[in-house]
Design a protein. Structure first.
Length: 272
């Protein structure tokens, strides 16, 4: 704690507050999330520390002080997608942002982790989109069957939860795909697909949602339709989404090239 100067509280979450801090030695800004112990486990810090990716908020360190778990992470100075979603985007910028969030989420799925709380608020902006807030994430263990809202910790009023969870059926990485479908829908229409709980459960979760504006390209209509498949087995994985659409494929390749360049830069030449 003594390595950082506390600058201001930038928000309060259900598990504690988020504070903007400055590192005394480097003078760089970070966000320190203070999580009440033992209310929340150390899972968020552990999972975040294993994720190193250009589209995931970077972990710096975690430590315990005064019954609090302090998680220090990259400061995403441009806020979150929820705030930026107010303004209409062009189809190409929608696809660009969407590809970035899919690339970040695919990285965590490749590590057998489910985010379980994907929504426009956890998508931070730092130039590129970065996935944050791993407080509800869990490891997808093939031996265990994840099922129902009780084990699905997230309970978000903006309703990004997939139909299989409402129906108390087993869920997996495809439930994160549904949530990202909701974010894509919001980017396209500037509103959530369901105006109320009733319409979410009786309509959207049964495959009926207000159509996207006809001026948007077929690609976006098709993506939303696929991601809102009510049976998770019919819903594409993030790998399929990123490889079967040209615009998304290009973004995916671009991230891989940048990631490779960063790694090459970090690894001493004699070890490359
Ligand atoms: N790395 C970050 N960079 C910039 N702002 C952040 C960062 N992490 C969190 N914030 C902001 O701090 C506030 C609190 O975030 P936090 O993750 O603690 O809770 P929350 O997402 O608001 O709520 P909950 O965890 O209950 O869903 C939010 O406004 C969030 O956008």
């Amino acid at each position: 704690m003594e390595n950082y100067s506390l600058l201001k509280v930038i928000g309060e979450g259900s598990f504690g507050r988020a504070v903007l801090v400055r590192c005394k030695s480097s003078q760089e800004h970070y966000v320190m999330k203070e999580v009440q112990l033992p209310k929340n486990s150390r899972r968020e810090a552990i999972l975040l520390s294993t994720m190193k990716h250009p589209h995931i908020v970077a972990f710096r360190e975690a430590f315990e002080a005064d019954d609090l778990l302090c998680i220090v992470m990259e400061y995403c100075s441009r806020g979150d997608l929820l705030r930026r979603i107010q303004h209409q985007k062009t189809p190409s910028s929608i696809l660009k942002w969407f590809a970035q969030m899919c690339v970040g989420a695919k990285h965590i799925h490749d590590k057998q982790v489910l985010h379980r709380d994907l929504k426009s608020k956890v998508l931070k902006i730092m130039g590129p989109i970065k996935l944050g807030d791993f407080g509800s994430a869990c490891i997808l263990n093939s031996a265990s069957l994840l099922k129902g809202l009780c084990s699905y910790i997230c309970w978000d009023p903006r309703m990004y939860v997939a139909p299989e969870i409402w129906d108390n059926r087993p869920y997996n990485n495809k439930s994160d795909v549904w949530s990202l479908g909701c974010v894509l829908y919001e980017l396209c229409t500037l509103r959530h697909p369901a105006p109320s709980w009733k319409s979410l459960i009786l309509k959207v979760c049964r495959g009926a949602y207000p159509p996207l504006p006809s001026r948007l390209p077929y690609e976006l209509h098709h993506l939303v339709k696929q991601m809102f498949k009510t049976d998770p087995r019919d819903r594409p994985s993030l790998h399929t989404i990123l490889t079967s659409h040209r615009a998304l494929r290009l973004q995916h390749q671009d991230v891989k090239v940048r990631l490779h360049a960063t790694l090459r830069w970090r690894i001493p030449p004699e070890q490359q």
